[in-house]
Ligand binder design. Sequence first.
Ligand SMILES: NC(=O)c1ccc[n+]([C@@H]2O[C@H](COP(=O)([O-])OP(=O)(O)OC[C@H]3O[C@@H](n4cnc5c(N)ncnc54)[C@H](OP(=O)(O)O)[C@@H]3O)[C@@H](O)[C@H]2O)c1
Length: 379
Amino acid sequence: MQYRNFGKLDWKVSALGFGCMRLPTTDSAPISANVAEEEAIGMIRYAIDNGVNYVDSAYVYHSGKSEVVLGKALRDGYRDKVKIATKAPIWLIGKTEDFDKFLDEQLHRLGADRIDFYLFHGLDKSSWDTVKSQDLLGRAEAALKAGKIGHIGFSFHDRFEVFRDILNDYGGWSMCLMQYNFMDTDNQAGTKGLELAAAKGLGVVVMEPLLGGKLANPPQEIRKQLENSGYAGSSADLALQWLWDQPGVSVVLSGMSAMDQVAANVRSANRSAIGSLSGMETDLIGKMRRFFKERTANSCTGCGYCLPCPNSVDIPRNLKLYNDGAMYGFYAEEKRIYHLFLQPEERAANCIQCKACEEKCPQKIPISEWMLKVQEKFK
Ligand SMILES: NC(=O)c1ccc[n+]([C@@H]2O[C@H](COP(=O)([O-])OP(=O)(O)OC[C@H]3O[C@@H](n4cnc5c(N)ncnc54)[C@H](OP(=O)(O)O)[C@@H]3O)[C@@H](O)[C@H]2O)c1
């Protein structure tokens, strides 16, 4: 494993971190509560045995099961080999005192007496205002003093300007978690955000490095280009190397859902280095970026933050079906899946345009407009 600087901390982080948001499930439904425990524990331990020393979860992942399974994986001496990061669900914290209630519950779920990095989950302009007005930073600092947490951080989904304000408003951040990959250089915090956070001495943790898997499964044209270029790795490998090439990136979190992905990403991380991307590889990235930009319809990453829909529409699946069709330029198979595998109430046609989902979407997708487009495409 390669190890990298983590902001101003006197500690080296592994190039690859384990994101526990897309663990394998027994019902094959991504992000469901039915985590395939034995398999997930085996994957997490394999990663740690191969040098991963940073694991990331959140109160809400897998409906609360992610922290529980991670806690089990960290028994038998594994806890001491990693730093645990997990996140406070700001939108569930009704009053200031609830901060401690959630933190204590998370410590209990993880079976830990300390969370190394405790993050405010998914900050955007409005939740940052809530954090400040409810003095949640004061609660976090008290938890720091009490030794329940090791460092304070945040994860982020909004515009660069909001990211900059969050960095400038508070001097106690040790780290941040931002969405970043070769398609998101100008999206959300973007390259400007990465550089600013690194310059301020924060550890920068990257999430969605493969855009939730989209960059790992490119269409035929891209696969052909990769083959013809002589690049030895997969498109997932190339996307990860692009991140590790940059000095501002501390650790890349991957939400791995199968053992072969863990093994492949560990291999990729083993040969990663700052400034190692060749001209040919940079060129390939440019070609992939242009190709995807031309064809991606909406920026949904399948994170599921929009759920539950009050009218039971399965928003991520509807958006994914549309995107898959757009990417491959062929909607017939997606139309079949829409009618065969989605229950009537789960289909876009059941959207009542209430827009309750839109304020929860980290990508700020105008979901209700998209539900009309999906409905039209698959009618
Ligand atoms: N705080 C927040 O707001 C927030 C939001 C999102 C994520 N996160 C954290 O960041 C972590 C990483 O984000 P992410 O899960 O979106 O990461 P990601 O790496 O962009 O996407 C993970 C998906 O990529 C595919 N994949 C991974 N490695 C692969 C490989 N070697 N070959 C082929 N496919 C591969 C898998 O897709 P399939 O399962 O389809 O095979 C996997 O589920 C999360 O797990 C979570 O811990 C935080």
